[in-house]
Design a protein around this ligand. Structure first.
Ligand code: 3PG
Length: 306
């Protein structure tokens, strides 16, 4: 078996080493394509491989067509909006993710960005504390749960809205479930987004929701930039001088925000949530193990295009 690790944003070297170790033990060949500058490099590299590990790398119909012997692609991470599931299914290619493996890293970044914004980007002026503030967690999956755990350590009150998670599970964690998404925004000085990007959620964080947030509102986005409606975002910045936005990757309207609303935003230059050695090792090793189990035992536990 030949496995390609194609990561435009490379894994930590320790993660690559451990992934290689797993494939060496299984008798598989590992090929590494990192920091590739053009899609053509990826199209060439996928030829003749049986399995592919990616991060946020775009695996579209063209990549799947070029991958003439591909059987499985594993997104080492949570969100698989970068993979064309329909095209993969049509070609009989199994797609998996590695849920939960990088969630602590993302959660730590969410809280880190909240502290940074609460302290006025460390500009020397008095800021505010997280203790005693309410944090609304929009979707209570792996990352949302980790965010709640850390936020409680800061002394925050945590609320969650997630129609797919049982209220008992949320309550058992020490978080309060709310019945509607509107209520979440109404009650939360901080809202942290953990919804996936799909046809239902794209641009769903709208003016109607954001304008419900109380005074001193900060929106925290470690999910995907696409889930926030940017017209609504700009309107909030214009109408509410208390509104702030921190996001792991800049929105398309970042230049406008930077020009007109300095000091009220922070955007990472690249998606940084899962960019820790630990998260890379966890997600990369999980991806490698899932590939070996798939080929050796037919295991499809984490398949997302069933
Ligand atoms: C995820 O969906 O797992 C995160 O957004 C991490 O993405 P990355 O692997 O590109 O850093």
């Amino acid at each position: 078996m030949k496995v390609l690790i194609a990561t435009e944003k490379p894994f930590a070297p320790e993660a690559v080493e451990q992934i290689r170790g797993i494939f060496d033990d299984a008798g598989y060949e590992t090929v590494l394509l990192e920091k590739y500058a053009s899609k053509d490099e990826l199209l060439t590299a996928v030829k003749g491989v049986d399995a592919l590990i990616v991060r946020s790398d775009k695996v579209d119909a063209a990549v799947l067509d070029a991958a003439d012997t591909l059987k499985i692609v594993v997104r080492a991470g949570a969100g698989y909006d970068n993979i064309d599931l329909e095209a993969a299914t049509a070609k009989g290619v199994v797609v998996m993710n590695t849920p939960g493996q990088n969630s602590n890293a993302v959660a730590e970044l969410a809280l880190g960005m909240m502290v940074y914004m609460a302290r006025n980007l460390f500009n020397g002026k008095p800021g505010t504390e997280l203790k005693g503030k309410t944090l609304g967690i929009h979707a209570y999956g792996h990352v949302g749960r980790e965010v709640a755990r850390i936020a409680r350590g800061f002394g925050m009150e945590t609320l969650a809205y997630d129609p797919f998670v049982s209220k008992t599970d949320i309550i058992n964690d020490g978080t309060k479930p709310v019945d509607t998404v509107e209520e979440l925004y109404e009650r939360s000085r901080y809202v942290s987004l953990h919804i996936p990007a799909n046809d239902q959620t794209r641009r769903s964080v709208s003016y109607d929701l954001l304008s419900r947030m109380p005074k001193g509102a900060t929106l925290v986005n470690t999910a995907r930039k696409e889930v926030v409606d940017e017209e609504s975002l700009l309107r909030m910045f214009r109408e509410r001088d208390d509104f702030r936005y921190v996001s792991d990757i800049a929105p398309d309207c970042a230049d406008e925000i930077a020009r007109e609303f300095p000091g009220r935003f922070f955007f990472t230059p690249k998606k940084m949530g899962a960019q820790t050695a630990e998260a890379n090792i966890n997600a990369g090793v999980a991806a490698a193990r899932q590939i070996v189990k798939f080929f050796e035992k037919g295991d499809t536990t984490f398949q997302v295009n069933k």
